[in-house]
Write a protein that binds this ligand. Structure first.
Ligand code: FE2
Length: 361
């Protein structure tokens, strides 16, 4: 079938933060990213600063205001550090922007050409849930590393095998999941891959609903969650309260060697959610034969799930910000294209234990 809104891939994920230099240092030293680009006072940008970090095909940008009363710092004051832009690389920015607007998208910013000695990049932005936007850019006529105006930096991290963005999850308010599902269908031509209702995703105490949307070429996958009524407050309610509305809850980064990646992250002090030992006792029965040593997975806390096409391994960090909002997933796919439904219960019980410690359950 014809792709009604061609998107090549997620180009980068921009975070608005309070202190971009320290965020860059954290992602460099914990996740092993290389710091490859910078834009700030030294490059003529007077009111904010941007650091660009890369690991294989993953690119993260950290942006902070450097003057009082910048609109960006008002957003950070309200939401804390957050994912502000999930940017796409597209073939034709003007066509994409015009088409998205004609299909009902709200403009974040109009098409503009950025230019320096390395060439030109056309870019435009549309608004999605909460404060999040989707930049659409094309750098086919650009020789530089990221965007015009940025200076190259070479501050290598120690990479740990992260390859690309697997999916980005949005948490939206009660009743809004289907609104945003329809938006991704109508505006960006996404298809719904999977739907989970509150019977799929519930524990004794809390529940949520989720639909997974995917773009035409299958490279961009966005699960969208909303809270469902339960006996206690769900993790989605907790997110919405502390974030102050809808926003990006987690980014899943793909690796081809999860044992290596997670061992390195744990050695560097990154904290992950922990499931009970019983999870690993039931694992062989649930997923059958796998290549990895279950003892090793158990030691690291890595979860496994199987679907018709294969299996996947995954693990979730605790929130990486002071607020219980943004966290990361590390995912290793061995044939499976799904999202770990068999792990939902163990995972959400682990989150509830953390919520109980925070007094937010
Ligand atoms: Fe995920």
């Amino acid at each position: 079938m014809q792709d009604s809104f061609p998107i090549r891939k997620v180009d980068h994920i921009r975070h608005y933060v309070g202190n971009a230099r320290q965020s860059a240092y954290y992602y460099q030293h914990v996740f092993g990213f290389n710091i490859v680009g910078y834009n700030g006072l030294e490059t003529g940008q007077r009111d904010k600063v941007d650091y660009v970090l890369a690991q294989d095909q993953l690119r993260l940008v950290f942006t902070a205001a450097i003057v009082p009363d910048h609109p960006l710092s008002k957003l950070v004051a309200k939401h804390g550090d957050f994912v502000q832009d999930i940017a796409f690389e597209v073939d034709d920015v003007d066509w994409s922007y015009k088409t998205a607007i004609s299909r009902g998208a709200e403009s974040a910013y109009e098409p503009v050409t950025l230019e320096d000695d390395d060439g030109k990049v056309r870019t435009a932005g549309i608004k999605t849930y909460g404060r999040t936007i989707h930049t659409m850019l094309n750098r086919d006529r650009f020789e530089g590393r990221f965007l015009p105006g940025y200076r190259d930096m070479n501050e290598p991290g120690d990479p740990i095998g992260l390859i690309e963005v697997d999916h980005c999850v949005g948490n939206v308010e009660l009743g809004q999941m289907n609104v945003w599902v329809k938006w991704y269908q109508d505006v960006l031509g996404f298809k719904q891959l999977i739907s989970f209702d509150d019977k799929d995703i519930s524990t004794e105490y809390t529940a949520l609903m989720s639909k997974v949307m995917s773009n035409g070429n299958g490279r961009v996958k966005f699960p969208i969650n909303e809270p469902a009524p339960g006996k206690k407050r769900s993790q989605i309610d907790e997110f919405l309260d502390f974030f102050g509305g809808a926003g990006c809850q987690h980014v899943a980064m793909r690796t081809d060697d999860i044992v290596h990646t997670v061992s390195r992250l744990q050695a560097r002090g990154l904290q992950f959610l922990v499931v009970p030992r019983a999870y690993y006792e039931e694992l062989p029965k649930r997923v059958g034969k796998i290549d990895e040593d279950i003892g090793e997975l158990s030691q690291l806390g890595i979860l496994v799930d199987r679907d018709d096409e294969g299996y996947l391994l995954q693990i979730f960090t605790k929130p990486i910000t002071d607020r219980p909002t943004l966290f990361y997933e590390i995912i290793h796919r061995k044939g499976a294209k799904s999202f770990g439904k068999g792990n939902f219960k163990a995972l959400f019980e682990a989150i509830e234990r953390e919520q109980a410690l925070r007094g937010t359950l």
